[in-house]
Design a protein around this ligand. Structure first.
Ligand code: COA
Length: 151
């Protein structure tokens, strides 16, 4: 079976928050952030395993600080762990005030994506090769979450 390094599927995407993304109070809808995060998780999974990937689970998501219109939101994603057909994609979300340059870490979450075959059944994905100390730590934490989800 093929294998891929974590670095081969790392994904970064930024989106300027516009009025259509916000509620009446001028802060950004949580659904806007989740929708973009889902796309980013898809791109990261597809880079690792190919385009026929779907979302099966999203872990708890906390919105700790409001994001406002005019801020640039950046999503950093990498595959933390792969099982047989599933991939855990970790996403860190930062918002940047373009006036002051101040950056804030606003969210982190984990998406579980599954690669499907032409019959829409789970298909084996390439093995993941974690290289750095951080990648190895995330791999081990992802493996524990994968095992806990199967119980
Ligand atoms: C993806 C799908 C085909 C998987 O079917 P399934 O019967 O759960 O298949 P399996 O039990 O073999 O699970 C496949 C993998 O997903 C993992 N998985 C399934 N449900 C999970 C969950 N809730 N959380 C974490 N992992 C999960 C399994 O552990 C397994 O991982 P592995 O192959 O790496 O060991 C099916 O759930 C599906 O079609 N879901 C809809 C996907 C979709 O449309 N998403 C868009 C959102 S609406």
């Amino acid at each position: 079976m093929a294998e891929k390094k974590v670095s081969e599927s790392k994904t970064e995407m930024s989106q300027l928050m516009m009025p259509q993304h916000a509620n009446f109070g001028g802060t950004i809808y949580g659904g806007t952030i989740l929708s973009i995060a889902d796309s980013v998780a898809y791109v990261c999974a597809a880079r690792h395993a190919g385009p026929n990937c779907v979302t099966v689970s999203v872990d708890r998501v906390d919105f700790r600080k409001p994001i406002r219109i005019g801020e640039l939101v950046t999503f950093l994603a990498s595959v933390n762990f792969v099982g047989h057909s599933s991939m855990e994609v970790g996403i860190k979300i930062f918002s940047e005030n373009l006036g002051t340059g101040q950056k804030r870490h606003t969210n982190s979450c984990y998406f579980t994506m599954v690669c499907l075959n032409d019959q829409r059944k789970p298909k084996e994905v390439p093995r993941l090769v974690p290289e750095t100390a951080d990648e190895k730590r995330r791999y081990e934490a992802g493996r524990k979450r994968h095992e806990a989800a199967r119980k």
